[in-house]
Design a protein around this ligand. Structure first.
Ligand SMILES: [Cu+2]
Length: 121
């Protein structure tokens, strides 16, 4: 009898600590960027991948959407968006950091050098 009470107590403690883990679990955010090409993809994924709390960062060039998996509590969508702007790209409603954007190769700047969306062949 005593043992089964202990087991129940253990199970309860286990359930609570699992809930605690879940709260610091991985979350996902999708950020619309102004990426133009595969170079942008690599640049953004590398920079955001190195941000604190980020597990994975994957950019879909076609939709320009960056999907970030991050640890809740270590970082947040606002910090991640701001990190994207510092790489030189728009992040949802946040405009790109101008200095960073102007340092990008022409083809990676907003709209590319001819003002049209294009992709490198
Ligand atoms: Cu580019």
């Amino acid at each position: 009898m005593k043992i089964s009470i202990w087991l129940m107590a253990l199970a309860l403690v286990g359930a609570f600590s699992l809930r605690g883990l879940a709260q610091t679990d991985v979350k996902e955010v999708k950020i619309k960027t102004s990426a133009q090409c595969d170079m942008c993809k690599k640049r953004i994924e590398k920079a955001i991948g190195l941000e604190k709390g980020v597990k994975t960062a994957v950019l879909d060039v076609k939709s320009k959407v960056l999907t970030v998996q991050y640890r809740d509590g270590k970082t947040n969508p606002e910090a991640l968006r701001s990190a994207v702007t510092k790489v030189g790209y728009d992040a949802d409603v946040l405009p790109a950091d101008k200095k960073a954007h102007d340092r990008l190769p022409d083809c990676c700047q907003k709209g590319g050098h001819d003002g049209k969306d294009h992709n490198h062949k």
